[in-house]
Design a protein around this ligand. Structure first.
Ligand code: GLA
Length: 403
């Protein structure tokens, strides 16, 4: 009897261990590209190859972007055994060949599915086929799965995402699990051990501030999505990130707006998943996406999401604790007209209970580095007097001055 119990315990332990999410992935916010924001369903294998090429040629790979993710509409039918196939017209060489190509460039490959009967674009969903789909993805060399939430009826989100996690884990292949249930079931409260990242909101669209009403649901502008992150920072950290959706940098935004959008995604330790036409993007857009100083703030190893510290007129001041007692500070001008900043550091106290960090600028001085102009701006002993253009930011990296 004792022996049976022991064997049962070992089996249960093995199942539990083998069903865990991969702990080695996403220790800093994942970086990559996704097809949806710019191409929606209009994707094919040639296009994805060209985007992957452009990611290398235009410096995104070197800047840290790793995953090339195809979103909805790559699917064909299920075969007679129930295995999913690729759309034979759009992806005639098959997904494995595409993944192999992406890997040959030193990049990783991601794919999309849905926990329900169909995807949001009406293609076959994974419901009832989770283990078969995960097996197929692993066979194809998939490194990342974005898992959506359309056509799920009354499914339990927790159960549905856990089922797919188990399916992925069973393949033995490290696959980053990106949960996309739009924050409807508060995944931040239960998904830490399930997903590597979870969407916190409905879809983004390329407008600095606004709502695009589709009837039964809405897409949201950059600042709307940013505001919706309020109260979530304590749920994120290495291996499990709040995902405020894929970026719209370089889409229908001005250069200032793209810079502000990118900066804020860096400040809140968001996954940096570009949704841009990488091949034809302007140099200004590529410069934003590949700014090493901004990316370093996003990728800081502590993985602490930044927070809004204060607001004066239309200018918000955000702080993000960084390793080595450093800080990132971002002045975000929400207004469309330029605003003057007169910021007296020594009168400012920063207390962050979550990260257990406190800064009194009257006691400790910091050097100021402008992340966007790549210049040093003196230190915190003197007030900062400058202007921030409309819908733009001043983003600074602060380092304690050792005296
Ligand atoms: C949902 C997701 C989007 C995208 C589309 C694809 O709306 O939130 O990010 O994946 O589905 O149909």
């Amino acid at each position: 009897m004792k022996k049976v119990f022991l064997v049962l315990m070992i089996v249960m332990f093995w199942f539990k261990v083998s069903a865990q999410k991969d702990p080695t992935l996403a220790l800093t916010p994942p970086m990559g590209w996704n097809s949806w924001n710019i191409y929606a369903c209009d994707i094919n294998e040639q296009l994805v190859r060209e985007v992957a090429d452009a990611m290398v040629k235009r410096g995104l790979k070197d800047a840290g972007y790793e995953y090339v993710v195809i979103d909805d509409c790559w699917h064909g039918e299920r075969d007679s055994l129930g295995f999913i196939t690729a759309d034979p017209v759009k992806f005639p060489s098959g997904i494995k060949a595409l993944a192999d190509y992406v890997h040959s460039l030193g990049l990783k490959f991601g794919i999309y599915s849905d926990a329900g009967w169909t995807t949001c674009g009406g293609r076959p969903g994974s419901r009832g086929y989770e283990f078969q789909d995960a097996m197929k993805y692993a066979e194809w060399g998939v490194d990342y799965l974005k898992y959506d939430w359309c056509a799920t009826d009354n499914l339990s989100a927790h159960g549905a995402y856990e089922t797919m996690l188990h399916a992925l884990a069973k393949t033995g292949r490290p696959i980053l699990f990106s949960m996309c249930e739009w924050g409807q079931n508060k995944p931040w409260e239960w998904a830490k051990d399930i997903g590597h990242m979870w969407r916190t909101t409905g879809d983004i669209y390329d407008n600095f501030y606004g709502e695009w009403n589709h009837g039964t649901w809405s897409s949201w502008g950059i600042l709307n999505i940013l505001d919706m992150q309020d109260g979530l920072r304590e749920f994120a950290g290495p291996g499990h990130w709040n995902d405020p959706d894929m970026m719209e940098v370089g889409n229908d935004l001005t250069v200032n707006e793209s810079r502000a959008h990118f900066s804020m995604w860096c400040m809140i330790a968001a996954p940096l998943i570009a949704g841009t036409d990488i091949q034809h993007a302007t140099n200004a857009t590529i410069e934003i996406l590949t700014n090493a100083e901004a990316i370093a703030i996003n990728q800081d190893k502590l993985g602490i999401q930044g927070f809004k510290h204060s607001k004066t007129d239309s200018v918000e001041v955000w702080y993000k604790p960084l390793a080595n007692e450093e800080w990132a500070v971002c002045f975000l001008n929400r207004d469309s007209i330029s605003k003057t900043i007169d910021y007296n550091w020594v009168e400012t106290l920063v207390v962050d209970d979550f990260s257990n960090r406190k800064t009194n600028f009257a006691k400790t001085a910091y050097s100021l580095r402008d992340v966007w102009t790549h210049t040093d701006l003196g230190n915190t002993k003197k007030p900062l007097k400058t202007k921030v253009p409309g819908h733009d930011v001043l983003m600074l990296h602060l380092k304690p001055i050792k005296e």
